[in-house]
Design a protein around this ligand. Structure first.
Ligand code: FO1
Length: 318
């Protein structure tokens, strides 16, 4: 089956790589990426959108492949100068090339442009080959409720501080999307679902990426109203996370760290959940009632493997 309009819900590195595979698997299709903005943060006066930038850089050829975020050929002079001033935070890696993106974005946001327009403007340079939409133009920031080591009381820290400064070592009691109640899907998101003939959930973090996107009021309803089948790709292989910190997030939500656990968390579309199909690794068993579970090689170890994975996910929407 040849797909004309594909929508992909995505977060950071894994989502961006998966999108590269979808683009290769369906070069003639119009692909829309609905991207998590819950990781966004303002630091040193700059608005930083990690997942939007990771998708844009990865698809535009500017990503640092080894780190999985930020720019290739990066330098860190400004970061070093900020540290010399003891200018907090010093724990966040702001690369010199990357800062140009944040400067352009911050200036446009301050001038009143919505995030979706800013993202489109930045993508004019990068030509990602897919339409990159933030999940919302309204600010939604994921904060992590942890127990403050000194006071022993619950404290919320921004997701970036939890993930980058603390390396997710502080046990998360809950994840809170600050601002989500006032948010709504960005322009083009609802329309994309309505005209889709395939919808894919990338192998991104089910809690802080896919979960945050789905938490935008009206977005989940628009997704489920889509005429397209919905296929998800497990971010958990063999009971372990492939990359990132999903294994640190899932237990906080009472979700088993397995392909079956995540599949059941997403649920069967016929039963009020999301999935028509669920792709799991070849050695994984996953009993997800009401869902077409398919075993496929999930490791995006090469462009070819990633394209094959995307093909398999699209086939599950056929
Ligand atoms: N991740 C890190 O582990 N350390 C960093 O210093 C860091 C800086 C950074 C700067 C810009 C950007 O777009 C992403 C950055 N990331 C960094 C990754 C980021 O924390 C994660 O990619 C997402 O927020 C989670 O997917």
């Amino acid at each position: 089956m040849r797909f004309v309009q594909i929508v992909v819900l995505a977060g950071g590195t894994g989502g961006a790589r998966f999108l590269r595979g979808v683009r290769a698997a369906a070069p003639e299709a119009e692909i829309t990426a609905v991207v998590n903005t819950g990781d966004d943060v303002t630091l040193h006066g700059l608005r930083i959108c990690p997942d939007l930038d990771t998708v844009m850089y990865t698809l535009g050829g500017g990503i640092d492949e080894e780190r999985g975020w930020g720019r290739a050929g990066e330098s860190w002079t400004v970061k070093e100068e900020l540290a010399a001033y003891d200018a907090d935070p010093t724990w966040f890696g702001l690369g010199d090339r990357d800062i140009a993106t944040h400067l352009v974005r911050t200036r446009m946001l301050d001038a009143g442009y919505p995030l979706s327009a800013v993202t489109a403007a930045l993508c004019t340079r990068w030509q990602p080959g897919v339409t990159v939409l933030p999940m919302s133009d309204q600010r939604v920031e994921t904060h992590v409720v942890v127990t403050d080591p000194d006071s022993g009381r619950p404290q919320a820290v921004h997701f970036q501080e939890w993930w980058v400064r603390h390396r997710a070592a502080l046990d998360p009691a809950a994840f809170v999307q600050v601002g989500v109640d006032a948010a709504r899907p960005a322009p083009g998101v609802v329309e994309a679902f309505a005209s889709a003939d395939a919808v894919l959930l990338a192998p991104s973090n089910p809690v802080v990426s896919i979960g945050t996107v789905l938490g935008v009021p009206g977005l989940r309803e628009a997704l489920l109203a889509s005429p397209a089948r919905i296929a998800g790709v497990s971010p958990i292989v063999g009971g372990a996370v492939v990359r990132g910190m999903a294994d640190r997030c899932l237990p906080a939500m009472g979700i088993e760290v397995s392909a079956e656990g995540v599949g059941r968390h997403y649920g069967a579309r016929t039963d009020g959940g999301l999935l028509d199909a669920w792709l799991v690794a070849e050695d994984d068993a996953a009993d997800v009632p009401g869902v077409d579970v398919r075993r496929e090689p999930l490791l995006m170890s090469s462009p070819e493997a990633t394209t094959e994975l995307a093909r398999a996910a699209l086939a599950a929407c056929g």
